[in-house]
Write a protein that binds this ligand. Structure first.
Ligand code: SAM
Length: 205
């Protein structure tokens, strides 16, 4: 499947290698293990999902993560995307991942522990406010759909940093990539996507 994602342009070399090192079946409920390598989102409980592999690959590639970067993820879910980011930034980097549902923080921690990453830190709370204590970040990834780009996330992004986020209605969104510059933000629309809503002060109520 990963070779297919590479061939279709969803993954580049680095992302394909990272995905090869993170078995997706460890991040899906046992009853879905047989579907772990189908290109589809899967339920992880509490009305939430692990995103389709092509979306994880495309978001990771578009974010352009390099060794040693400090990354903020909003929406830990199963912990799968965090593990891919941890591979991409390496042991000299760090991934801070925020999740609003306490049971999912526990799930993500347990899943990630199976692979022993020391560079992932979990934070329980409203990720629409970011995580100011560790700001600024080289990269920010939001894995839930927001009506607009939460201002705290833009504020917590480094100069020349990149932020990727699905923006739109609760049903359909555009995947947007923001590059922060000294003169403001440059935003491009990458592709139509469907994500569960980002619920919080600067997201959906
Ligand atoms: N990245 C996850 C993975 O690899 O499995 C998938 C994330 S799932 C599509 C979206 C997640 O965003 C859900 O776990 C949901 O609880 C979480 N979420 C929604 N609003 C949030 C908020 N304000 N702060 C943090 N997490 C939030």
């Amino acid at each position: 499947m990963i070779q297919l994602l590479y061939g279709q342009g969803y993954a580049d070399d680095r992302v394909a290698k990272a995905m090869e090192r993170v078995p997706r079946e460890l991040f899906v409920p046992a009853e879905y293990a047989k579907s772990a390598y189908a290109d589809t989102p899967l339920p992880i409980g509490l009305g939430q999902t692990i995103s389709a592999p092509s979306i994880v690959a495309f978001m990771s590639k578009s974010l352009d993560v390099q060794d040693g970067m400090k990354i903020l993820e909003i929406g830990s879910g199963s912990g799968y995307q965090a593990a891919i980011l941890a591979e991409l930034t390496g042991s000299s980097g760090a991934v801070y991942t925020v999740e609003r549902i306490p049971e999912l923080i526990e799930l993500a921690k347990a899943n990630v522990a199976k692979l022993g990453y020391a560079n992932i830190k979990f934070i329980e709370g409203d990720g629409t406010k970011g995580h100011a204590q560790e700001a600024p970040y080289d990269r920010i990834i939001v894995t839930a759909a927001s009506p607009s780009i939460p201002q705290p996330l833009l504020d917590q992004l480094k100069d020349r940093g990149k932020l990727i986020i699905p923006v739109g209605s609760r049903i359909f969104q555009d995947l947007e990539l923001v590059v922060k510059t000294r003169f403001g933000e440059e935003t491009s629309s990458l592709m139509p996507v469907v994500f569960v809503p980002l619920i919080g002060e600067f997201g959906y109520k």
